[in-house]
Ligand binder design. Structure first.
Ligand code: NAD
Length: 450
């Protein structure tokens, strides 16, 4: 689905939009469309603790241009504020003010990234908790102030230090065009699990890609977000088995032919779905993406059993059953990673979507509760909560609602299926196994449930 307004305000109506103070979303730099000039721009690392210098050294080793002080007239690719030393809100002032002073030097589609200790009310003093929680408010507010496609996100250290492999993977993801539509969000790294990927390894594709040699099952792969996920996992080196309804068989075959994958026509709600998936796999699964989902919107007063039950069956009951049966049969490989599709409706609730929001909040709960089991196998399970993504699902919205939904985010536009797919590729990579039980929003910092 094309966002005509976005093309107009970046073309013939640029001046008119500026004069009238209308939203002026920009085309985002995504993986593959990020200009080489941006890649060469330096990263400014700020922070008074020893962590900042260690991080600057890590970035240098990965071939990035690094600065410890802003230099006049130089455009920055990113500003990274290492705030893990802060014990009291008063400790933040020097570094956050330096971030502020450097913001005018940030390139279009640049990044602000904070790195700090995860808030932990059980184990931190009230003053420490006020500081760590305070940093999340700071980061979210910076994200709201970003312009020209720039974003702000945070990495939270939960019992790990800056050298954890998943801190590196989270940094590569947040610095790159793979996170173009992620803003105002946090990635919590809670263990040293996972492989340390260099920036080059993380950004490679095909046989050299971060998913090379791994088998991925993607449900709902015939179109929309699912097709983008399948294509992206294959781009990053995985062998993909795409699952979809028999009536979507032809579209599914086209996607799988394009990427050298395998089609499996299957209704995931059928009792024998786990067995059919097992048969198609012929061995344990490395990556499982629960993407198939449906909407059957109605106000609760008009909701009938068919609409309620079908949404629960596809969106949550099927994945609960498939996870349980594969685990029971020992069919999750060592280090297996699962990523499920939730939704911002599951976080904020949504009028006319009691059934859908229940199912998607259920995904968030299932994910958090399954984390320990997956960690025990050396793997992880996480969810993605997309906001407004340009697909057949959102094309069905009334025109005006669709226009408003697009602009109601800090990036003032809808996301593309590829934005969700990139986040899934990152969470399915071996570098991300230290991130577990989390839900990451891919929503351009949508105001809904913010
Ligand atoms: P879509 O309707 O375009 O595609 C969904 C796919 O799932 C279809 O190919 C469909 O045939 C398949 N499917 C449905 N029921 C199935 C079943 N029982 N068995 C096997 N396959 C089945 O949807 P989309 O917009 O690409 O969304 C994909 C996922 O992302 C869904 O889980 C959706 O809830 C979630 N999501 C989408 C958005 C958005 O803005 N589009 C926002 C938040 C979350």
């Amino acid at each position: 689905m094309k966002d005509t307004y976005l093309s107009l305000v970046n073309g013939p109506l640029k001046q008119v939009a500026k004069t009238l103070g209308l939203p002026q979303p920009v085309e985002l730099n995504r993986f593959g469309s990020t200009p080489a000039s941006y890649e060469k721009q330096p990263v400014l690392v700020l922070g008074t603790g020893p962590g900042a210098q260690g991080l600057a050294d890590q970035l240098l080793e990965n071939g990035l241009e690094v600065r410890r002080n802003a230099q006049t007239g130089e455009k920055l690719r990113a500003i990274i504020a290492v705030l893990d030393y802060a014990q009291s809100p008063a400790d933040l002032s020097p570094v956050v003010l330096e971030v502020g002073a450097a913001l005018r030097s940030l390139a279009a589609c640049g990044r602000v990234i904070t790195i700090s200790t995860a808030p932990d009310a059980q184990n931190q003093t009230p003053e420490q908790a006020a500081t760590t929680q305070g940093i999340t408010g700071f980061t979210r507010s910076v994200a709201h102030e970003m312009r020209a496609g720039a974003t702000a996100n945070g990495i939270l250290l939960d019992g790990v230090d800056l050298t954890a492999p998943s801190v590196a993977a989270a940094l590569w993801f947040l610095l790159s065009g793979k996170s173009a539509y992620v803003s105002g969000q946090f990635l919590t790294v809670s263990s040293d699990a996972g492989q340390r990927l260099s920036l080059d390894e993380f950004m490679s594709t095909g046989d050299a890609g971060p998913l090379s040699g791994r088998t991925a099952v993607v449900t709902g792969a015939a179109r929309g977000i699912g097709a983008a996920i399948a294509e992206n996992l294959a781009r990053d080196g995985a062998y993909v088995i795409g699952v979809d309804m028999p009536q979507a068989g032809q579209a599914l075959a086209q996607v799988m032919n394009r990427i050298g994958g395998k089609s499996l026509q299957l209704d995931i709600t059928s009792a024998d779905a786990p067995d059919k998936i097992t048969e198609a796999l012929g061995g344990p699964v490395d990556i499982l993406v629960h993407n198939a989902g449906i909407t059957r919107d109605k106000m609760l007063a008009n909701m009938d059993a068919a609409k309620w039950d079908s949404v629960i069956a596809v969106n949550i009951a099927a994945q609960t059953m498939i996870n349980a049966r594969l685990a029971e049969k020992g069919l999750f490989a060592e280090g297996a990673q699962v990523v499920s599709l939730a939704s911002t409706s599951g976080i904020a609730g949504n009028r006319g979507q009691t059934n859908y929001a229940t199912s998607k909040a259920g995904v968030i709960g299932l994910t958090a509760a399954s984390a320990e089991d997956f960690a025990a196998r050396g793997g992880a399970i996480n969810a993605i909560a997309p906001g407004f993504i340009e697909t057949d699902m959102t094309a069905k919205m009334p025109t005006l609602t669709r226009q408003v939904a697009r602009r109601l985010s800090s990036l003032q536009q809808g996301g593309q299926p590829i934005d969700v797919a990139e986040a899934i590729g990152f969470l399915a990579s071996s570098g991300a196994r230290g991130i577990n039980g989390q839900t990451l929003r891919v929503c351009g910092q949508n105001m809904v449930g913010a």
